[in-house]
Design a protein around this ligand. Sequence first.
Ligand code: PLP
Ligand code: COI
Length: 340
Amino acid sequence: MEKKNIDWANLGFSYIQTDFRFVANYKNGAWDEGALTEDANVVINECACVLQYAQTVFEGMKAYTTADGRIVTFRPDLNGERMEQSAKRLEMPVFPKDKFVEAVLKTIRANEAYVPPYGSGATLYVRPFLFGSNSVIGVKPAEEYQFRVFTTPVGPYFKGGVKPLTIRVSDFDRAAPRGTGHIKAGLNYAMSLYAIMDAHKQGYDENMYLDASTRTKVEETGGANFLFVTKDGKVVTPKSDSILPSITRRSLMQVAREYLGLEAEEREVYADELKDFAECGLCGTAAVISPVGKVVNHGNEICFPSGMNQMGPVTQKLYDTLTGIQMGTIKAPEGWVVEV
Ligand code: PLP
Ligand code: COI
């Protein structure tokens, strides 16, 4: 398959339209079979539930070219499961996990010419999503839905690749206790837009959100979970019911224990403890692991000993092992890497 003529090494994280997307429709209580289409546009009524009441959930995944030239994706079953959970929380019909994985693989296969080559630093980002499509004016769930999967080739999420980030403790909250922080709903991102624009205006790369009820505990950023490394080399990640259960983070905790022989602990992390950590990183599909060099908490600068020039040594090992597994140079745990 001939690849598209794209400058893979200089891609940012932005949308480039590819040739095919998968579309399935839900009507009269059932999903149709779904099919690939070349039409990238969605035509819906002005009063569609997604437009009026933000009834939409999504997923984010990637396709990789391995060192030996295969195209693979990473733990798609977990994205399928998470989308089921997200759909239930917003009163949407579940698009079954098996069909989800099938649709993702089919869409990647159809866009093979856009899967960046091994070693280019780029990947094919895959965006499955589900939304209420019929008109609804009283506040209630839609009766008709559309599930779609599109792809777009991407480079690093943060400009500057793996240069350590500077983030601030946000005065805005991302998610309420017993709210929707644990699912991947568009509404969580809509309400973070003001905060991220404000952070950028003030010169920060991202926001560190705290728990909304006590504002003492670290939650996550707008698009990634946190990982910390203690001065004695233990990996720590915040435990909270109002953060997204990141598949990257769950995988990294297992990598830390089983590949690197490190202790890895999920527990509540207090903002007051930040100064005690040796390393900090953001982890997610888009972020991979992006190192954080500095957190600013209302004028108080917390500089991690790993510094502002490179990833900390443990973060680097986690990054190398995870990306090695994804790109096929390190043996993956059973079921993690799925060939397209
Ligand atoms: N947290 C938020 C808010 C996200 O949007 C994402 C991205 O998906 C993550 C965490 C990381 O999750 P994952 O590793 O499953 O991509
Ligand atoms: C992802 O990592 O897939 C996300 O959805 C995060 C978003 C900030 C792009």
